[in-house]
Design a protein around this ligand. Structure first.
Ligand code: NAD
Length: 249
């Protein structure tokens, strides 16, 4: 079988450079192109890339994807900031290029994806749930895409189980003191030098607390998930959100 030709957008970044290293060491994948800010996207597209991996910036990712998808290139997207409007726009782009696949994952860490799955299972059994995400202070968006996605999954599981509204007697609060609400779930963001990427989901019930926590201690933790997505994206035309489906959830 011939190798899959892969390109990396944002190749000089913290994640992009790690992806380049992982691709160079991986079987069945060849890194044929890499680009960063200022490099022409046309040259990247003309290099014969079959799958592009994007770890760039929420402000420019949509424009890049528009060109890549129109050129028939499958995309694996780690850049965060994908709200419902952006996902709808991407689906529209994919509909115009049948057969092209896009995997957008707020978190490629297999442990983090498992945390989300465990949170979904636990959600119907507790009265209260809050999420705390903790990251390095160079991160530009808050709350993290992972925390938003966890909140959506937990909220959907609570709705499906017809869970009662969460107890909260707060009537006075400073702005932000109760976090921001994502589908009704409070999400708190901490930015602290020394941290990498961490998430806690706290469930509270009568007389008990269940805390689920995941710590990403090194960017290499994301690479098995990225490579899984690169290998699987061509077999999944259209939009795939997260790598859960690739892990069999
Ligand atoms: P970074 O700032 O280190 O890297 C971003 C790179 O993109 C930089 O090298 C920058 O020059 C480049 N860039 C900017 N504009 C560009 C353009 N127009 N064309 C090509 N390259 C361009 O950031 P990072 O820490 O590597 O994170 C990148 C993104 O990935 C962020 O959105 C971050 O939140 C996200 N992230 C996702 C995961 C995940 O598992 N999904 C994990 C970590 C980080």
């Amino acid at each position: 079988m011939t190798d899959i030709k892969v390109g990396v957008v944002g190749a000089k970044g913290r994640m992009g450079s790690e992806v380049c290293r992982a691709l160079e060491a991986a079987d069945g994948l060849t890194l044929v192109a890499s680009m960063d800010e200022g490099d022409p996207l046309a040259t990247f597209i003309e290099s014969g890339v079959e799958v592009a991996v994007d770890f760039t910036h929420p402000a420019i990712v949509m424009e890049t994807l528009e060109h890549l998808v129109a050129a028939g290139i499958h995309v694996v997207v780690g850049t965060t900031g994908f709200d419902d409007a952006r996902l709808a726009k991407l689906e529209e782009l994919l509909a115009r290029s049948p057969g092209v696949g896009a995997i957008v994952a707020p978190n490629f860490g297999i442990g983090a994806v498992l945390l989300m799955r465990f949170a979904e299972v636990a959600a119907p059994y507790f009265e209260s749930v809050e999420i705390i995400e903790l990251h390095h202070p160079d991160k530009v968006d808050a709350p993290s895409g992972t925390a938003r996605q966890t909140a959506r999954v937990v909220a959907a599981a609570r709705t499906a189980a017809a869970s009662a509204e969460m107890p909260d007697a707060t009537t006075q609060a400073l702005d932000g003191a109760r976090g921001s609400l994502v589908d009704g779930i409070p999400v708190h963001a901490v930015r602290l030098r020394g941290l990498v990427a961490h998430e806690e989901v706290l469930f509270g019930g009568e007389g008990e607390i269940l805390t689920l926590r995941h710590d990403s201690l090194d960017r290499s933790s994301f690479m098995p998930g990225v490579l899984l997505a690169v290998r699987g994206v061509a077999d999944r035309p259209g939009l795939t959100l997260g790598i859960g489906a690739l892990l069999g959830f």
